[in-house]
Write a protein that binds this ligand. Sequence first.
Ligand SMILES: [Zn+2]
Length: 137
Amino acid sequence: MKQKVFCAFCSLPQKIYTKKHVHFFELILFAGVGAILTHLIWQDFHIVGPIVFCVLAMSAETVHRLRWRASVKCKHCGFDPLLYKQSPEEAAQTVKAFLDRRKEDPLYLLKPQPQIKPIIKKVKDYKPSSVSKDIQL
Ligand SMILES: [Zn+2]
């Protein structure tokens, strides 16, 4: 299941997966698959059934985590909020590298462009330079 969200950096809409982990019903399904498989082959309980259950559960959990992690990263600007929480400088470098690559790629020309506002720092105690004082009209 996907949810529509807006990127915190470029404000463009994107869809992310909301499901991060395997649900209980999927675990029941995997246990049923293991039980049916062992029943069809050995006609009794066999140790392969729990092994099949564990392999299916671990692979499904891995797929869910990787899919969710890949969907969190913005496809328009490359902003990764999880990386930003750990290291803002590294996230900024990642976005800059992504935008440089995107600028060169012709496939991105017709896609929606990120609406990145420039960062304007307010300087306190700003005094005009002496050059502007000397100008007289
Ligand atoms: Zn973005």
